[in-house]
Write a protein that binds this ligand. Structure first.
Ligand code: EAX
Length: 323
């Protein structure tokens, strides 16, 4: 009789231990490969969350758009069918219009300037705009400065872009700007881009070196021009309700894990920017490095005048002149 009571007691004890140490699993996705600046971001985030919550939370990571493109993933996070996403801010203005101002071409001097703005009061205030739309924006991260690639010709001047059919992100500011450069724009989710380039559905696309390299676009694109026409942030997004359920300590753990992951992500972008041109040249791409950016800025003047009306010249200048 005593043995059976002992066994029941042990079973109950194990059950309680199991429930107390029960681990919650959450999912996060990216649209690029694991071996990329974005893969580094979510892998670091997953490790840091598990460590900082003593294993209470496990983050399952998905790559290559396995859970859908960036816009789909952001929608899933907003609905709560997916807890987390790491995305470029390409589709974000469709959810949080206040972020559109970040997409204005030639707004940022360099990565140090962009990182300072995002990590400073302007960027941190923008993060608060996500709450009302069902998101907790954990931290800004980085995609990088975007450059033009195509299969037709070298692009040294804005005129060289005229008539090129280019894939763009689903981003209204980019589309307006690229049309201002004479580009025939085709908005498309990232997971479809490689095939579209391979089949010639579009002539080209634009992305940071980190994305061009990790997506192996050198296999389907011949010409790269270092236009650096737009700085593209990334962002850690979490379903607001899922975030609100966390304890205060775990809320801090998730936010600190995202900040730690951004350090690793930005370091990988720096590494890719340092090695990318040589790497892509070695793979057969022709690279135009000394692009006449002043000519691009001059050509975009009419579109920029519209952006100043839309976003407020003072707001654009506050970012442009931020030290
Ligand atoms: O986030 O859609 C894009 O071009 C993005 O830069 C890409 O998905 C990496």
């Amino acid at each position: 009789m005593k043995i059976s009571k002992l066994l029941v007691g042990m079973a109950l004890g194990l059950g309680i231990i199991a429930s107390v140490s029960a681990q919650s699993t959450m999912r996060i996705s990216i649209s690029t490969a694991q071996n990329s600046h974005q893969g580094v971001a979510i892998d670091t985030f997953a490790r840091e969350v598990e460590k900082r919550t003593a294993g209470r939370y496990k983050i399952q990571t998905f790559y290559n758009g396995a859970l859908g493109g960036e816009r789909e993933s952001i929608e899933a996070v907003q609905l709560g069918t997916q807890e987390l996403a790491f995305s470029s801010t390409g589709p974000v203005p469709n959810f949080v219009p206040e972020t559109k101002i970040l997409d204005v071409p030639f707004l940022f001097r360099d990565k140090a300037h962009a990182r300072a703005v995002l990590d400073g009061p302007i960027g941190q205030d923008l993060l608060t705009k996500f709450d009302a739309k069902g998101f907790k924006a954990l931290a800004w991260a980085e995609n990088g400065f975007r450059h033009m690639t195509n299969s037709k010709r070298d692009v040294k001047l804005p005129e060289d872009l005229k008539g090129l059919k280019m894939r763009t992100m689903e981003n209204p500011v980019h589309i307006a700007a690229y049309k201002g450069l004479g580009i025939i724009t085709t908005p498309m989710a990232f997971p479809e881009v490689f095939t579209a380039l391979q089949q010639g559905t579009v002539d080209g696309q634009e992305n940071p070196l980190s994305v061009i390299m990790s997506a192996k676009f050198d296999q389907v694109q011949k010409h790269l021009s270092l236009t650096g026409h737009v700085y593209s942030p990334c962002i850690f997004l979490m379903n607001k309700a899922s975030f609100d359920k966390l304890s205060a300590a775990d809320k801090t753990a998730f936010i600190d894990a995202a900040k730690e992951a951004t350090k690793a992500n930005r370091a990988r972008v720096d590494q890719d920017d340092a090695n990318g041109v040589a790497d892509l040249r070695a793979k057969g791409m022709t690279v135009i490095e000394n692009v006449d950016k002043a000519r691009f800025v001059a050509t975009l003047a009419p579109v920029n005048a519209e952006f100043e009306k839309q976003f407020g010249k003072a707001n654009i200048d506050a970012i442009r002149n931020y030290k």
